[in-house]
Design a protein around this ligand. Structure first.
Ligand code: MC0
Length: 248
């Protein structure tokens, strides 16, 4: 399933909602963002799937009309996708009604579009493509490739990738390298580490080989995870790794 990026809640007074969410869930928001194109002030709460508190910025805002007709509450659900233009075309072909011809600017620099609620059981649905995306080549690890693509933050890229994830051979040129369940093979040879940030990803079953490799390549990061939860936990580990490479 596509990840739920956020759930939008429309409120009359964002400050009041802030106080309520603090009482209910010890929540503090990210800095408010005004998105004049959509006529809304936005406060995000939480990590992963976030709450998006929407306040209208003027009488012409879609949120003003929503509040007067339906009152405060659930405004929309947003799914994250890697390619929002492609998703718009898919939804159009499937008979849904995108509310804009092309994706538009959303909060956090995302590109977004909405579907008319009359075709989606009365729920306004948004699709969004995050601003932060990584171009990655996956060598011989199709399951991880599918898992990472589903996060919406990762675009498989074969020609000139920024980053490489490999379960096999070491690449020539890249900004960072993830060795995925490859430490048994690599620990058998005395190879010098490529001069880029490296993450060794391994299951706990093969942790011995990962630690042997790590002793030889001490600058590499190590992510040893139980086999049963490797694919659940790895996306966040990889996205944090690529973010740290990007931020130097
Ligand atoms: C209206 N309706 C909704 C709804 N808003 N149903 C579910 N969820 C909503 N949020 C219902 C109305 O009650 C009505 O139902 C029917 O949809 C059609 O209403 P309408 O009067 O014909 O149309 P409008 O003028 O109320 O427009 C509704 C529509 C509009 C969804 C088309 O609000 C729109 O284009 N929304 C997309 C943009 C948006 O919402 N921007 C603000 C958030 P009945 O039963 O009476 O027919 S921007 C945002 O959130 C960004 C920043 C982000 O996440 O990054």
């Amino acid at each position: 399933m596509l990840p739920i990026d956020h759930i939008g809640l429309a409120v009359h007074d964002g400050k009041k909602a802030e106080h309520l969410l603090n009482q209910l869930a010890l929540a503090t928001p990210a800095l408010p963002e005004d998105l004049n194109q959509q006529g809304v002030r936005i406060r995000f709460y939480g990590k992963g799937t976030r709450l998006e508190i929407l306040e209208a910025l003027g009488p012409d805002s879609a949120v003003t009309k929503f509040l007067s007709k339906r009152g405060e509450g659930l405004h929309h659900i947003a799914f994250r996708v890697a390619n929002v233009q492609l998703q718009l075309e898919r939804m159009h072909m499937a008979g849904f009604q995108p509310l804009t011809e092309t994706p538009v600017l959303g909060a956090d620099g995302k590109r977004i579009f909405f579907l008319h609620p009359k075709h989606t059981s009365g729920i306004l649905v948004e699709f969004c493509q995050p601003k932060n995306q990584y171009h990655v080549r996956f060598d011989s690890c199709p399951k991880l490739e599918r898992t990472m693509e589903l996060t919406g933050h990762c675009i498989p890229h074969n020609d000139a990738p920024e980053h490489v994830v490999t379960a096999g051979s070491l690449p020539q040129l890249c900004q960072s390298l993830v060795l995925h369940n490859a430490s048994f093979e690599l620990s058998q040879h005395n190879i010098a580490p490529p001069p880029v940030p490296i993450l060794i990803s391994e299951t706990s079953t093969a942790s011995h080989f990962a630690h042997t490799l790590h002793e030889r390549w001490p600058n590499a990061q190590l992510a040893v995870l139980p086999e049963s939860s490797q694919y659940t936990c790895l996306p966040e580990v990889l996205l944090n790794f690529w973010a740290s490479v990007k931020n130097g």
